[in-house]
Design a binder for this molecule. Structure first.
Ligand code: HEM
Ligand SMILES: *[C@@H]1O[C@H](CO)[C@@H](O)[C@H](O)[C@H]1NC(C)=O
Ligand SMILES: *[C@@H]1O[C@H](CO)[C@@H](O)[C@H](O)[C@H]1NC(C)=O
Length: 207
């Protein structure tokens, strides 16, 4: 799927170490940066002693059996109890966009959105374009200001980076074009085509 393709590609080119940014200790708590590197993910049990085993958000408040298969995989990966970082699920026989069958299947409209995003994100060589990189970064910048201490006030992965003028803040520099593109997709899928797709979901879908 789109997301696993992107993550695998990014893991190959950009095994980021958050330890390099010591001034960002709060973000460091939030971001399990190893997720960017599939090699690390597959290396269950390997730890440098500095890895967090703490779960956050829905992963804490919902019981394991109430999680989606993806939620369970993420829990297992974070806790080093298994889980798969990649999905080979394929969506074939996609109903026509405006059909009743499509309306009855939550995934259906997202296949059409994925196809449109992929056109922009995959270059002629098959590698990620600058849009793919910006879109991955955008997801982090939308979500990164969330804090356990202020979780009850909301914030975080809510699409506000593009829905408000947050994208003009200096720390979000370079993401303006991506927000314009997300806004174009939002207009198309939320408004024009009437699917009520949220900005937060569009941004998150790239991850
Ligand atoms: C506190 C942690 C982080 C810091 C301080 C940081 C900092 C930066 C900086 C300074 C750039 C260069 C921006 C520019 O071109 O002007 C950058 C680019 C990028 N960051 Fe981060 N980053 C962090 C975490 C992350 C995370 C968690 C992700 C992925 C989810 C990410 C994805 C990217 C990507 C994909 C780019 C390249 C964007 C492009 O090529 O257009 N970063 N980051
Ligand atoms: C689906 O319906 C919307 C309006 O509701 C229209 O804009 C769009 O072109 C239609 N798409 C197809 C593939 O028929
Ligand atoms: C559109 O989605 C929002 C949640 O994102 C929901 O609250 C609202 O009721 C939806 N509107 C329609 C017309 O379905």
């Amino acid at each position: 799927m789109l997301s696993s393709t992107l993550i695998v590609a990014l893991g190959a080119i950009m095994p980021v170490s958050v330890d390099a940014f010591t001034g960002f200790s709060r973000m460091k708590q939030l971001v399990k940066i190893d997720v960017l590197n599939p090699a690390d993910l597959n290396n269950v049990g390997s730890t440098d002693g500095d890895d967090s085993f703490e779960l956050l958000g829905d992963l804490v408040t919902l019981s394991f059996s109430d999680l989606t298969p993806v939620g369970r995989d993420i829990t297992d990966l974070l806790m080093r109890t298994g889980g798969s970082p990649e999905s080979d699920v394929a969506y074939i026989n996609v109903p026509a966009l405006n059909s009743t069958a499509c309306a009855e299947d939550t995934c259906c409209v997202w296949k059409y959105i994925a196809d449109e995003m992929t056109d922009l994100f995959r270059g002629e060589s098959g590698r990620c374009t600058k849009w793919a990189r910006m879109a991955v970064r955008l997801g982090f910048h939308d979500a990164g200001a969330w804090s356990k201490a202020t979780a009850s006030e909301g914030g975080g992965a809510d699409g506000s980076i593009c829905l408000t003028d947050e994208y003009t803040l200096p720390e979000n520099g370079g993401l303006e074009d991506m927000c314009l593109q997300m806004t174009t997709w939002y207009d198309e899928w939320h408004n024009q085509k009437g699917f009520n797709i949220s900005m937060a979901d569009l941004i998150r879908y790239v991850q």
